[in-house]
Design a binder for this molecule. Structure first.
Ligand SMILES: O=c1ccn([C@@H]2O[C@H](COP(=O)(O)O)[C@@H](O)[C@H]2O)c(=O)[nH]1
Length: 490
């Protein structure tokens, strides 16, 4: 630990969390097990200031530890840019270890100029079992290069240091996982319960360098599996303030029902909001189908949202370039930015669409988007690659603090518990309409498809009493959620 640089260390720890280099969820690890916490330091190449800050601290740390060497070598690939900066700042030449030998020319595993007997300091981003460091050590030693020390950014404290020490290499870590968790808790970024859950997992899951567990029966308790977690705990992990608010609203009001108010007059929408308001967490509009839209309608809708404690989402499904979307969101007759807490957005144009909306949102904290990742309609053209890219945008993009959730149809679509799954296509009787819409029951949608919020339109709107229908859907969706997370419904 770098005591002299405590405040910089803490600021960097928080920054790593904010840029999603450090995240909570349910992640498959290289060693074959799942983990509730994951480091993805690959993202720092997109943040030159963070990369610079990190390398400065590592240079200080190497100095403080009095680690001398002839070369530095980054474990491929994530540590390479970090090692490059250390090499430059310390004026120490670098060695590069290939992951595979070339099938032509020299077939060398180590690139760079060196002599047998030289000493090399290893740089690594994250250590779990230490096997990646040991692979690099093996190749360097095969060339006659001495390796005695490795500097790592994060030690996950799962046995890596001991495994590496068995091979006569000392491991020095700038951060430990416990330190990072404490800093995040102190900074109000995560709750104590999160810290405890991760600590429990790490204690029960110590790994040897060959990937086997130290205890005969490892307790792999991952309390961050999205569909098993309660909304209160997920609020803690959400990056977007609006997602935190919506999770809390659902938990306190005990409803995960969104009504799709797909009617064409302002009076009808206000009636739905008044009558169904007590049962919903979200009221969804398609403002462009309203015949008599006017600004006093918006004021009335906002008052009802306040009175009955629900949020408003305009299901606009924006899909244009950032600049046009920003204009569509903030201008024209609807001025959606002024009244909709949330809007839906296609990921098709790329990250710029989120940036466009965010750039004109009056108050970023009270606004956000749901990204469309899968559709309920028969024959839609969304494929796995598109879905993967959309989830990447929602979890690793630059604007994760503005993305409240994902509109999708399956629990496997994403793992991050801080995002909300919104699923349309819900009816008491499953089936389809005559225009390709497919319906599943509230129970199926929540328990099998992983929905956090079920969207119901015609299932309520076509009922003889919309109030009774809203109450019924609310009960069925909420009970299914309670069953899913092991909670009593009352
Ligand atoms: O994949 C999607 C995305 C959005 N929707 C919208 O949800 C409602 C569903 O209404 P029902 O009457 O319950 O069918 C509607 O506003 C759609 O635009 C969707 O159905 N599927």
């Amino acid at each position: 630990m770098l005591a002299k640089h405590e405040s910089e260390m803490k600021a960097l720890a928080v920054k790593l969390f904010e840029i999603n280099a450090f995240k909570f969820g349910d992640f498959k690890m290289k060693v074959g097990i799942n983990s509730p916490v994951y480091f993805d330091l690959r993202v720092i190449v997109s943040y030159p200031d963070v990369l610079d800050q990190l390398s400065n601290l590592l240079v200080e740390y190497i100095k403080q530890k009095k680690l001398t060497c002839d070369h530095v070598c980054g474990v491929p690939y994530t540590a390479l840019p970090i090692a490059t900066l250390i090499s430059i700042k310390n004026s120490k030449p670098m060695l590069v270890r290939r992951k595979e030998a070339k099938d032509y020319g020299t077939r060398k595993m180590i690139e760079g100029k060196y002599n047998a007997g030289d000493n090399c300091l290893i740089i690594e981003d994250v250590v779990t079992s230490g096997s990646s460091i040991l692979d690099t050590v093996k190749d360097l030693r095969a060339e006659g290069i001495a390796v005695t020390d490795a500097v790592v950014v994060v030690d996950r404290e799962q046995g890596g240091a001991a495994n590496i020490a068995e091979n006569s290499v000392r491991m020095h870590s700038l951060f430990t996982l416990s330190y990072l968790l404490n800093v995040l808790q102190e900074a109000g970024k995560v709750e104590e319960a999160t810290v405890q859950s991760v600590a429990k997992y790490i204690a029960g899951c110590q790994i040897r360098s060959d990937g086997t567990f130290m205890s005969d029966q490892p307790k792999i308790v991952n309390e961050f599996s999205r569909t098993k977690m309660r909304f209160e705990a997920r609020a803690d992990l959400a990056k977007a303030k609006i997602a935190k608010d919506l999770f809390k609203l659902m938990a306190t009001k005990k409803t995960n029902l969104c009504i799709a108010a797909d009617v064409t007059s302002t009076d009808e929408i206000l009636k739905i909001a008044e009558v169904c308001g007590p049962h919903i967490c979200l009221l969804k509009t398609h403002v462009d189908i309203i015949e008599n839209f006017n600004i006093s309608f918006v004021q009335a809708l906002k008052s009802l949202a306040e009175k009955h404690n629900f949020l408003i989402m305009e299901d606009r499904k924006f899909a244009d370039i950032g600049n046009t979307t920003a204009l569509q969101y903030a201008n024209g007759i609807y001025k959606i930015a002024e009244w909709a807490n949330l809007v839906t957005v296609h990921s098709l144009p790329g990250q710029s669409i989120i940036q466009g909306i965010k750039s004109v949102a009056a108050n970023v904290e009270s606004r956000g988007v749901f990204l469309l990742t899968e559709m309920s309609s028969q024959g839609n053209l969304i494929n796995d690659k598109y879905k993967e890219g959309t989830i990447k945008m929602a979890t690793e993009g630059l604007d994760t603090d503005f993305i409240a959730g994902i509109v999708c149809q399956s629990a496997e679509c994403f793992a991050f518990p801080g995002l909300i799954q919104l699923t349309p296509g819900v009816k008491i009787d499953e089936g389809s309409d005559n225009l390709g819409q497919r319906y599943n029951t509230p129970e199926f949608v929540v328990k099998e498809k992983g929905a956090d919020i079920g969207v119901v339109g015609r299932g309520i709107l076509n009922a003889s009493s919309i109030e009774k229908a809203a109450s019924l859907y609310r009960d069925r969706l909420w009970s299914a959620y309670c069953d899913r997370v092991g909670l009593s419904a009352n």
